[in-house]
Design a protein around this ligand. Structure first.
Ligand SMILES: Nc1nc2c(ncn2[C@@H]2O[C@H](COP(=O)(O)OP(=O)(O)OP(=O)(O)O)[C@@H](O)[C@H]2O)c(=O)[nH]1
Ligand SMILES: [Mg+2]
Length: 472
């Protein structure tokens, strides 16, 4: 791959040319700490303190053992120094990495040495930002770096790694190239309107754009699974008071985490705990029982419940199967079967007692999937977990080929590009001339360029890299 520095397009040149330093490892625990110094003076500064080898004429890609000494010749630590020369380094700058003993006093002394020499502390995400500005990676890849560290499942790590390798970028670049191709035909056609020469037939344009829309949709459709892989699954346990929500929470966590009692209204606040199921982080939320009294319509509880429903990836709606359904149960069943049929799972609890067949019948009419369980006697709890994993799509042994979309910024831009294409097709079908379609295609190209970072602004970059931690 050839690297094309993006330098010069951005406002603050000093920010890019300073030599910066930060620890790459946390400052507690472990036996070795790693520090990175990146910038045009990195090697010169390191040479001032490193006794062992003269680094000035050494090639990159090597490491050296020696001691680091302060200007008075006092030893700070015995270290291993890795040398990388521009552009063959993570950031694309000259880079020195110091592996020292993981004592916070040593780490701090080393940082102080380099700061006095003229370095400044790296900001959050600044190493990766430099890698982007130096053309070492595009924005999708840069965002994957943060996602690898934050991923909440082993498949999520795999997905971010394939994004880092550029698989998602490649797909987006291909789509962009196709749109540029279609757009150039349109522009050419517009150039020849005077001569009444048709360069491309409208049906052909529509066919090409619709093909591209399919490709975009295929990527958009991976978003749900992509986010689950990277962020884990949020499961809400809901139902009217006293149906056994907290008991179920405890059964799922396999510990007595929340208070259970036969007094309705025991749980007041939302409580969450997470466990790992089949390599995926699953967060369970036990909530206060939902009461649907007449005043419920006005109650702030409505808003709170609606927010909880909206945010959850999966909703476990609990009813007490040993009782007739009440107005509250039926109201919840109706609301959830109308608004969230795809993510609601009805659990008919207390099956250690006699289950009312009228209750089961009413639940069946909602057509929501359901399962008979006992939270107290631990019946069918594993089946619930299996359902959650199956619903999330994480049980597939192989992910589909190519990386999944897992980043909200990228998702929004891709959706924007898609609606530009919808507009373009509409205007061609309405026969109002290629001018409007050409504008829409240009806008789609712009949105795709923003995903990978061909087009970007300081504001976009700052907001992306602000989410990184120091030392990334
Ligand atoms: N027999 C039987 N009793 C259960 C079962 N699950 C829960 N219970 C009982 O039902 C009562 C209420 O249980 P909780 O888990 O506190 O119910 P909740 O839905 O969290 O109640 P609130 O927090 O008040 O909304 C307790 O007495 C539990 O022991 C079950 O499977 N079988
Ligand atoms: Mg409770």
């Amino acid at each position: 791959m050839s690297y094309k520095p993006r330098k010069g397009f951005f406002m603050n040149i000093n920010e890019q040319t300073d030599t910066i330093i930060a620890p790459l490892t946390p400052n507690t625990g472990g036996s070795v700490a790693l520090l990175r110094i990146s910038g045009s003076n990195a090697i010169e500064y390191a040479n001032r303190f490193f006794s062992g080898t003269d680094l000035s004429d050494k090639k990159g890609g090597q490491f050296f053992f020696g001691s680091l000494r302060d200007p008075n010749g006092r030893i700070v630590d015995e270290i291993i120094l890795s040398l990388f020369r521009s552009p063959s380094s993570y950031t694309g700058d000259d880079v020195v990495e110091v592996s020292c003993h993981a004592n916070p006093f040593i780490v701090d002394q080393i940082i102080q040495l380099f700061l006095k020499a003229g370095c400044r502390m790296a900001e959050a995400g600044e190493f990766t930002k430099r890698a982007f500005l130096n053309g070492k990676m595009d924005l999708v890849q840069a965002e994957a770096v943060a996602d690898i560290i934050a991923a909440q499942s082993s498949e999520g790590v795999k997905n971010s790694l394939s994004q880092l390798k550029g698989e998602l970028s490649k797909q987006i670049q291909e789509i962009r190239t196709n749109i540029i191709r279609t757009a150039s035909f349109l522009e050419l056609d517009l150039d020849f309107t005077e001569e009444d020469l048709e360069i491309i037939h409208p049906t052909q344009v529509i066919k090409e754009i619709e093909q591209t829309m399919l490709s975009i949709n295929a990527i958009l459709n991976t978003y749900k699974q992509g986010t689950i892989l990277s962020k884990g699954i949020d499961v809400l346990i809901t139902g009217k008071p006293n149906v056994g929500k907290s008991s179920l929470m405890n059964a799922l966590l396999d510990e007595n985490r929340v208070i259970v009692s036969d007094t309705p209204g025991t749980t007041r606040d939302i409580i969450h705990e997470e466990i790992i199921i089949q390599n995926t982080r699953v967060r369970f939320y036990d909530s206060a029982g939902i009461r649907l009294t007449d005043s419920f319509i006005e109650a702030e509880g409505v808003e709170r419940a609606r927010n909880q429903f909206e945010r959850a990836d999966i909703i476990l709606l609990l009813v007490d199967g040993s009782q007739e359904l009440t107005y509250e149960d039926e109201n919840l069943l109706k609301t959830l079967s109308q608004t969230y049929p795809d993510k609601t799972f009805v659990l008919i609890n207390k099956n250690d007692l006699t289950t009312k067949s009228s209750t089961v019948k009413k639940i069946e009419t909602t057509q929501l999937p359901s399962l008979s369980i006992s939270a107290k006697k631990n019946i069918n709890i594993e089946t619930i977990k299996k359902h959650i994993i199956e619903k999330s799509g994480n049980n597939k042994s192989e992910l589909q080929t190519g990386a999944l979309l897992s980043n909200q910024r990228q998702y929004q831009k891709l959706k924007a590009a898609h609606s530009d294409l919808v507009k373009a097709v509409t205007s061609i079908k309405e026969n109002i001339g290629y001018e409007f379609a050409a504008v829409d295609l240009r806008s789609a190209i712009h949105h795709l360029s923003e995903i990978t970072g061909e087009i970007t602004t300081d504001d976009i970059l700052n907001s992306i890299f602000a989410d990184f931690c120091i030392g990334k």
